[in-house]
Structures are given as C-alpha cells and as structure tokens.
Design a protein around this ligand. Structure first.
Ligand code: PDD
Length: 282
C-alpha cells in the first residue's frame, strides 16, 4: 500500500509529496520537528510531544502552522489514511517559503509536513542489547531545541554505522551529553544516572516519562553528567528514544559494559516503559 504524506493542506502519495525549493527548512534548517510513536493506533505521549514542539518553536520564534486542535485533526487523518496500527509519525514545521535571505521574512507562514512509516515497537532484536561508540559533540549551543539542523548527529550516527554499533554517544567537555538520536544512561549501585536537562541535551520525552516511572517505582535517579570512563565501569547502561524506547547498551567503544548482557535495572525500566506504552497486558 502506498504511503500518504501531508504537506500544507494536501494529503498525497508520499512519492509525489514535495516542498518548494525556497522553503527555509531546506535552505537554512530553519525548522523544528517531532517523532511520535504510534502503538496500537494511539500516539504515545502525544501531549508531551506537542508541548515540546511549542518549546522548540518558541525557541526559534517560529509561528505555529495551525492550532493544536487543527494539528490533532491532521495527525489523526495521516494515521487513518496510512492504515497503520504501529508506526513512527514524523512532523516538521518550517518557517515556510521565502526568497533566500538569512533574516526572517516579514510575514512568515509556517509550513507543516507529516509522514508516517511502519515500525515495530519493542523488536526482539534490541532486547539483547546493542553496542555504542563515542565521538566529539560537534553541535551548537541550543541542543534543547528539536531542530532539523542535525548534521553533527548524522555524522555521529554514521560513525556508529561504520563501527557496527547501534548508536554513538557524544562527548563534550569530558562528559557524555547524549546519543545522536537518543538519551544516554548508566546504572551504578542500583541508581540510574543521566545528563541533567540544559541546553547541551534534548529533553527526551522517553527520558521524561522514564524518570517518572523510576520515581514511582523506588528506583533512584541521579540527574548528573557522567564521563566515558564511567560507562566502562558502570554496572549497566542503556539508551532511550521514541524510536527505540529503552534499549540495553552492552558494549561501549569496544569494551563490555557490566556483564556484557542487559542488566536487571535496565530490564525493569524497559518493562515499566512497555507497560506505560501498551498497558500491563501488552
Ligand atoms: N531522536 N536526543 C536526541 C539528539 C534525539 O534526536 C532524540 C530523539 C532523543 C530522545 O528524545 P525522545 O525520547 O523524545 O524521542 C534525545 C529521534 C526522534 C528518535 O530516534 O526517536
């Protein structure tokens, strides 16, 4: 079945969906985005994603393409037309089309594009854990905004790909900030450590929900940065993102983490998150 995309008022076959050549998202990465998981027909933590989209837009002074109610209708329609129960929904808001010039256009009209692709939540292939490598964090100073200026992330992910790793954790001023497309965590003596929120990291929605689940289940969380050397001596490590949820990290830069197998705290958090997404029976 062909995929349906939405671009500025039009639903069309994805292969024919286009954006204008002078769209500022294309020319300046002047745009923000969200990725939302669709599980059993429901968009997971939709309101949290909507709130982050607004924070990202506000950070760039980017107008809303439509009301939140309108956005809900469009996203629901994209889900309906693609006839998927499980998928990854991508939405991007750009500062729209204007003759090329760095400063904002006088009366920008934001553009909205939405796609949905088939995807399997909690695939068995990730349960056994994944290797991660590291690289310098080359990004700008507003990593808290979810913008499409992702070239350093792309290079980091390519480094992971070439090293047969799943993810690449980025290191800035001697500490791990986050992954190319995920948040980074270690477990030491039963407590869970992750970088505090600041403009060096994206406030992941999965991170946010997992912190609440940990607190509600008496798992201690320390929001403090850790060094690459701490990963090598940690009991466990894992990563979180919308597209992978909670994934055990079993090797870091070629060395085993902990026992080299998913650890008990990671597995517990993964189960808690799975229940959050699909309900206890899921
Ligand atoms: N990644 N940090 C970065 C740099 C990211 O790109 C992402 C998301 C995260 C995790 O955020 P969340 O839990 O809200 O997905 C952290 C993309 C969207 C993904 O792979 O899902």
């Amino acid at each position: 079945m062909s995929r349906v995309a939405y671009v500025d008022g039009c639903y069309s076959d994805l292969r024919r969906a286009t954006v204008p050549i002078e769209d500022r998202g294309l020319q300046f990465a002047d745009s923000v985005y969200e990725v939302i998981a669709l599980v059993a027909g429901q968009l997971v933590d939709f309101d949290l994603h909507l709130a982050r989209l607004k924070r990202s837009r506000d950070g760039l002074g980017l107008p809303a393409p439509m009301t939140d109610a309108g956005l809900r209708v469009v996203l629901g329609e994209v889900v309906r037309r693609n006839r998927l129960r499980d998928g990854l929904l991508y939405l991007q808001v750009t500062r729209g089309q204007a003759p090329r010039g760095h400063a904002f256009p006088a009366a920008p009209r934001a553009s909205l594009m939405v796609t949905l692709r088939a995807w399997t939540p909690f695939p068995g292939s990730l349960a056994a854990g994944v290797p991660v490598v590291s690289t310098d964090d080359l990004r700008w100073r507003r990593c808290d905004l979810k913008t499409t200026g992702l070239l350093p992330n792309v290079l980091a992910k390519q480094r992971a790909h070439e090293a047969d790793a799943f993810e690449c954790w980025m290191v800035k001023a001697g500490v791990v900030t986050e992954g190319a497309s995920s948040n980074a965590w270690i477990v030491r003596d039963g407590s869970v450590h992750t970088h505090p929120l600041c403009d060096d990291v994206l406030g992941g929605i999965t991170r946010e929900v997992l912190l609440e689940l940990a607190a509600a289940n008496d798992i201690e969380v320390v929001e403090r940065a850790f060094r690459p050397a701490d990963v090598e001596t940690a009991d466990e490590a894992f990563l979180t993102s919308t597209s992978s949820f909670v994934v055990p990290v079993i090797a870091f830069d070629g060395s085993e983490v902990g026992t080299g197998a998913p650890g008990p705290v990671t597995c517990r958090l993964r189960d808690l998150y799975r229940n959050h997404v699909s309900g206890p029976a899921g």
